[in-house]
Design a protein around this ligand. Structure first.
Ligand SMILES: *[C@@H]1O[C@H](CO)[C@@H](O)[C@H](O)[C@H]1NC(C)=O
Ligand SMILES: *[C@@H]1O[C@H](CO)[C@@H](O)[C@H](O)[C@H]1NC(C)=O
Ligand SMILES: *[C@@H]1O[C@H](CO)[C@@H](O)[C@H](O)[C@H]1NC(C)=O
Ligand SMILES: *[C@@H]1O[C@H](CO)[C@@H](O)[C@H](O)[C@H]1NC(C)=O
Length: 464
């Protein structure tokens, strides 16, 4: 039986390219949204164990295309979704790179070892320092209920052969960090990577932890083990990240978006000669939230609120926004300097047992889809990033990232109908209404002429 389901999975692993009609995909020349479902390589987890793997050259759509969305979830060998209280998905990250043809990168090579001439990382547009947060996509526990769809007429352009250096190929890396919390003594502690629960005093590279470091990624690296309840036993099992990618073929009509990731732990400070470019940044990615029983409640509320001021070197029109937070997260907001909200992304918590609705976990983050052209960030504009966490408990290794997709251009209006330029769908509908109205007018004129010439009141019928 196990054999059977495994075979089924293998066949699933083969590109499942369906050309499905999409309600919003009424692009120029019938450019339909394509969907592919892929599986990561298999990873095996037992109670309390951790996998933090970098998979190189994973399955991904190829060619000169525009990506429209990326969604993922952890499943078992039979394809069943695994709930977060069994396997906590700390994060997954998808990064783009160029690799010299004919060379290999082993999945066992850590990300840090990739300073080599046959590997070129193709990072997003910023704004953290080199080697930090350069991914194209990446979420964690919230992945099941977070929209990643990029609205028409936008997309993330990839695979343009003119950009790929001679002798290189474009490839994709997938990093999956998962923690099995079946039978653990302290579920939140294991998911927040408390060093004492992992009995760890050195990081993955053998460097001693800095004094005062009590939790975070340095304590829950690949093959570490979180503390189990006395006597708990459970089977090791094989799991996969199943990911669904949507895209459209390249088309001159589609507008490319840039990906920016802001990080609340960035130590960037404006100097009067600042450029705002990535070499001035230091994104630490993780931080801790002290309990309000130590720090004191603010206005009777246990909220840890962090703020950061950042300059966007290059702006544009905001097409999409979303934050990434961990358990305890409430919301994260991107403001202009004058306090105007650009996007606010709120945490959605589950209230049940089943996958996608796990109580106590962030199962989704709300997203922003401003009306095209309505939210513009100026070149060099200073923005404020805010992250709020509940501080009723102490948290270690939390994160607050903010993704925005930004376009240089607004969609070109096809016909000048004020206020109807909101989506292409509406445009198409309005075009239809106008055509129908014109047709109606023509028929009415013919009918009136007929009526005038025949001189009879009931001498006509309009048949549609
Ligand atoms: C913790 O690690 C130390 C040394 O690395 C080891 O001697 C000890 O047995 C470990 N404790 C537990 C509870 O695993
Ligand atoms: C900042 O600008 C002022 C006036 O333009 C200048 O005098 C000063 O040296 C600058 N400081 C730095 C750190 O560049
Ligand atoms: C800005 O000025 C400071 C102080 O003079 C200097 O250390 C720094 O390198 C300068 N930064 C840039 C980006 O020029
Ligand atoms: C975050 O918390 C601060 C302080 O309590 C509050 O002023 C702010 O409105 C909160 N922001 C959001 C988006 O909830």
């Amino acid at each position: 039986m196990m054999h059977c389901s495994h075979g089924w999975l293998l066949s699933l692993a083969i590109l499942l390219a369906l050309s499905i009609p999409h309600s919003q995909a009424i692009l120029g020349n019938e450019n339909k949204i394509k969907t592919a479902v892929f599986l990561s390589p298999k990873f095996v987890l037992g109670p309390g164990s951790v996998e933090d793997k970098y998979y190189y050259d994973v399955d991904f759509p190829r060619g000169h295309i525009f990506l429209k969305s990326f969604n993922g979830e952890v499943i078992d060998e039979a394809g069943n979704p695994i709930p977060l209280h069994e396997t906590y998905l700390h994060h997954w990250v998808v990064a783009r790179y160029y690799q010299r043809k004919g060379t290999e990168i082993s999945n066992r090579e850590g990300y840090r070892k990739l300073a080599r001439p046959d590997y070129i990382s193709v990072r997003n547009s910023g704004i953290c320092q080199k080697n930090s947060l350069g991914q194209y996509f990446g979420l964690g526990s919230e992945t099941r209920k977070t929209s990643t769809h990029i609205p028409d007429p936008y997309g993330i352009e990839i695979g343009d052969s003119k950009e790929i250096p001679e002798g290189f190929e474009e490839k994709w890396m997938l990093n999956v960090h998962a923690i099995d919390t079946r039978g653990v003594e302290d579920r939140l502690g294991c998911t927040e990577c408390r060093c004492n629960l992992y009995n760890v005093t050195e990081d993955a590279y053998g460097r001693p932890l800095r004094p005062g470091y009590v939790g975070g990624l340095r304590c829950c690296y690949d093959h570490t083990q979180c503390k189990l309840r006395q006597g708990f036993e459970g089977a090791r099992r094989s799991l996969y990240l199943r990911y669904t990618v949507k895209w459209v073929e390249w088309d001159s009509y589609i507008l490319p978006v840039k990906i920016y990731i802001m990080d609340i732990t960035d130590t960037w400070k404006r100097l009067n000669n600042s450029t705002g470019l990535s070499d001035e940044h230091d994104c630490r990615v993780e931080y801790d939230v002290e309990s309000c029983s130590i720090n004191g409640a603010v206005d009777g509320k246990c909220i840890d609120s962090k703020k950061l001021s950042l300059t966007m070197p290059i702006g544009g029109y905001v097409v999409y926004g979303v934050a990434h937070q961990h358990s305890g997260g409430i919301s994260s907001t991107l403001y202009r300097e004058d306090g105007q909200v650009i996007c606010s992304s709120k945490a959605l918590y589950g209230d049940g047992e089943e996958a996608g609705n796990e109580a106590g976990y962030i199962v989704g983050m709300s997203t922003c889809y401003p009306r095209p052209g309505s939210v513009k960030i100026a070149n060099g504009e200073t923005l404020i990033l805010e992250s709020n966490y509940s501080s009723s408990e102490h948290h270690t290794g939390v994160m607050a990232l903010f993704y925005i997709l930004v376009a240089d251009e607004t969609p070109k209006p096809l016909i000048s109908l004020q206020n109807l330029v909101q989506t292409h769908e509406i445009l198409t509908l309005s075009t239809f209404i106008w055509v129908a109205a014109l047709l109606g007018l023509v028929i009415a004129v013919i009918a009136v002429r007929y009526r005038l010439s025949s001189g009879r009141e009931d001498g006509y019928q309009i048949v549609m």
